[in-house]
Design a protein around this ligand. Structure first.
Ligand SMILES: NC(=O)C1=CN([C@@H]2O[C@H](COP(=O)(O)OP(=O)(O)OC[C@H]3O[C@@H](n4cnc5c(N)ncnc54)[C@H](O)[C@@H]3O)[C@@H](O)[C@H]2O)C=CC1
Ligand SMILES: O=C(O)C(=O)C[C@H](O)C(=O)CO
Length: 239
C-alpha cells in the first residue's frame, strides 16, 4: 500500500467484477484505506476479499440483478467498473461476440447509468477498465477488442456528459496482468515469451499495479482529470 492511511475515510464505493482478480484487489485496497465497499460480481468470491468488503452476487448484463445489488445504497463516491470477460478464439461467432459486448461494454454503461444519481450527491468519480486492446486490435478476440475500444469512447463521452453533475469519469488501461483472465497465456510459453520480451519492465503486471493507478484517479490529486484513459502496462505500448 502506497497511500496515506484513511485516504478514503467516509467514502462509499462500489466495485463491479470484484469477486476475483483486479476488482477484488481494488475493493480490498479501498476498504483498507477507509472506504465502505460493496463488491459485486458472479459467484461469492474466490476467498481473497477481506471481511471489511460487502459482497453481493450481481450480473451487470441484468438491470434487475444490478438494481437488487444497489438497493439500500443511497449515495456513492467511487465506482470502479471491472467486470469483464474474454473468449479467446471464439469471438468470431456472433453470439459469443454479442455476449462479450454485453458484459464489457453495455455492462459498464449499465453500471454508470444506474449509479449516476447516487454519485451526484458528493461529486463522485467513476473509473472504468479499458485495456491495451482499446488502442490496438486482437485477431483472436474481436469482441473483446471492440468492447474495450468502446469502453474508452464511453469513458470520454460520459466524462463530458457527467461533468455538470460534478462526476469525473476516467479509465485505466491495464497491460498484461497476472489474473485468472490471462492464466492460459501465462501458462503458454508461446504467448508468455513474446509478451515478456516486449514489455520493457520485463514482468507481468499485478492487480496491485492496476489498483494503485486506478485509486489515484479517485484522489484529490486527480481533481482536474476526466476523460483520461491511463495505460498501466509496464511500457508495452511504447515498445
Ligand atoms: N488481466 C489482464 O491482463 C487485463 C484485464 N483487463 C480488464 O480488467 C478487468 C478485470 O479483469 P481480471 O481481473 O483480469 O479478470 P478476472 O476474470 O480475474 O475477473 C473478472 C471479474 O468480472 C466478473 N464478471 C464477469 N462477468 C460478469 C458479469 N456478467 N456480471 C458481473 N461480474 C462479472 C467476474 O465475476 C470476476 O469478478 C476486466 O474488465 C478485464 O477485461 C484489462 C486489461 C488487461
Ligand atoms: O488478448 C488477450 O488474449 C488478452 O488476454 C488481452 C488482455 O487481457 C488485455 O486486455 C491486455 O491489455
Amino acid at each position: 500500500m502506497t497511500y496515506q492511511a484513511g485516504l478514503f475515510n467516509g467514502k462509499r464505493a462500489l466495485v463491479s467484477g470484484a469477486t476475483q482478480g483486479i476488482g477484488a484487489v481494488i475493493a480490498n485496497h479501498l476498504a483498507a484505506l477507509g472506504a465502505r465497499v460493496t463488491a459485486i460480481g458472479l459467484g461469492k468470491g474466490d476467498g481473497t476479499l477481506g471481511a471489511a468488503v460487502e459482497v453481493k452476487e450481481a450480473n451487470v448484463t441484468s438491470a434487475q440483478s444490478l438494481d437488487a445489488a444497489l438497493a439500500g445504497i443511497d449515495r456513492l463516491d467511487i465506482v470502479f467498473n471491472c467486470a469483464g470477460i474474454i473468449q479467446r478464439g471464439a469471438e468470431h461467432d456472433l453470439e459469443v461476440f454479442e455476449k462479450v459486448l454485453a458484459v464489457n461494454l453495455t455492462g459498464t454503461m449499465r453500471v454508470c447509468t444506474a449509479t449516476r444519481e447516487r454519485l451526484k450527491a458528493g461529486g463522485g468519480c467513476i473509473v472504468n477498465t479499458a485495456s491495451m486492446l482499446s488502442f490496438f486490435g486482437g485477431g483472436l478476440v474481436p469482441g473483446y477488442a471492440a468492447s474495450k475500444g468502446g469502453v474508452a469512447q464511453l469513458t470520454k463521452s460520459l466524462a463530458i456528459a457527467y461533468a455538470a453533475d460534478g462526476i469525473r469519469v476516467n479509465a485505466v488501461a491495464p497491460g498484461w496482468i497476472a489474473t485468472p483472465l490471462t492464466q492460459a497465456l501465462q501458462d503458454d510459453p508461446a504467448r508468455a515469451g513474446p509478451i515478456l520480451a516486449r514489455t520493457p519492465m520485463g514482468r507481468w503486471g499485478t492487480p496491485d499495479d492496476v489498483a494503485r493507478a486506478a485509486m489515484f484517479l479517485c484522489t484529490p490529486a486527480a481533481a482536474f482529470m476526466t476523460g483520461v484513459i491511463l495505460p498501466v502496462d509496464g511500457g508495452y505500448m511504447v515498445s
